[in-house]
Design a protein around this ligand. Structure first.
Ligand code: PHE
Length: 345
């Protein structure tokens, strides 16, 4: 009887070892283990028979069965570790499609770039083409050709960075008008966006900023066209309800000249305490006027005979337009590249 139990215990240990090796997952492994060692397991059943043996037979059979039990337990632990390792190894190098996605950080346009693109898009849709010119300009292109001769008091309107006596960092994009007329015949409809420089630095001025210049030259061009063009632009940029107001002004290169105001887009409902327009309800956004014949006379080309062609020109600060449209209170913020500001656009 005891020999029979010993033999059975060894046979069970062997078949358990086979079954545990074949088990292909942790759950199956646990099932195999419990079919030998669990309450109704086959090795447990052998253990229950020990009390029925003669006392002198118990020792031999008992130790054989215990050995079988230990062997199965040890093998179970070993196999469980191996199965875990296999699972890890299998997932290395594979994409776990159940993990939540990692979102890429998305860049976007700087508010000035955005305003630049919006402004140029509006004029392009009206039939304007884009022209650009150098940021380092000759004195002649920047001033003289624009009816601001040396010694003219108007030169003091712009605090200029001089490279030398005859070369400046352009203080406005108007010299691109001059360059365009020197190289192209009328009729002209161009806008000239670009970087400009002035010796100025406070809450509404930075030494470097951006302007868009517009120039139309044709026969029979009138102030009415200037007004219509700028009003259409203002409505496209600030919204269809925008009102436009023209105030007489002075620029050396236009005559007559007008400053253009738009109704404040931030206080349509007449709230008081508007920090953008300071309750004036109007925002000054553009300089404009009919091209002064003296400017055409500087362009030494018969196509620009001031008795034959007329034109209008306008200019605006792109940064200021961005501040007004996006409600930014300090111009300098635009050039500090602070993520906390830029992220909001
Ligand atoms: N160039 C002018 C400035 O910088 C703006 C302007 C352009 C005014 C064209 C009238 C016509 O202030």
């Amino acid at each position: 009887m005891s020999d029979a139990l010993t033999l059975q215990a060894r046979a069970l240990a062997e078949s358990a070892s086979r079954d545990l090796h074949e088990a292909s997952g942790e759950a199956e492994l646990a099932r195999v283990k419990s079919s030998y060692l669990g309450k109704g397991g086959s090795i447990s059943a052998l253990l229950k028979q020990i009390p029925t043996l003669d006392p002198e037979q118990r020792r031999g059979a008992g130790s054989a069965i215990n050995e079988a039990k230990k062997k199965v337990e040890a093998l179970f632990v070993e196999r469980r570790a191996a199965i875990k390792d296999e699972a890890l190894g299998a997932s290395a190098g594979h994409v776990d499609v159940t993990l939540p996605g990692r979102l890429d950080w998305q860049g976007h346009e700087h508010p000035v770039t955005r305003a630049w693109n919006e402004i140029t898009d509006i004029f392009v849709s009206m039939g304007f083409t884009i022209a650009e010119g150098p940021e380092v300009e000759t004195d002649w292109h920047c001033f003289t050709a624009l009816n601001i001769p040396p010694g003219h008091p108007a030169r003091e309107m712009q605090d200029t960075f001089y490279v030398d006596d005859n070369v400046v960092l352009r203080t406005h994009t108007s010299p691109v008008q001059v360059r365009t007329m020197l190289h192209n015949d009328p009729p002209l409809r161009v806008i000239c966006p670009g970087v400009v420089y002035r010796r100025d630095n406070d809450i509404t001025h930075t030494p470097m900023f951006h302007q868009v210049e517009g120039l139309v030259v044709d026969q029979g061009t009138t102030m009415a066209e200037l007004r219509g063009t700028l009003a259409a632009f203002a409505r496209a940029f600030f919204g269809p309800k925008t009102k436009v107001r023209f105030r007489p002004s002075y620029f050396p290169f236009t005559e007559p000249s007008a400053e253009v105001d738009v109704s404040c887009p931030f206080c349509e409902d007449r709230t008081i305490g508007c920090r953008v327009c300071k309750d004036t309800r109007w925002l000054e956004v553009l300089g404009s006027g009919m091209v002064d014949p003296a400017v055409f006379d500087q362009i030494d080309r018969p196509e620009y005979d001031s008795r034959v062609v007329q034109g209008f020109a306008f200019g605006m600060g792109i940064d200021r337009m961005a501040m007004l449209k996006y409600g930014i209170g300090d111009l300098r913020l635009l050039f500090e590249n602070d993520q906390r500001l830029l992220e909001q656009f």
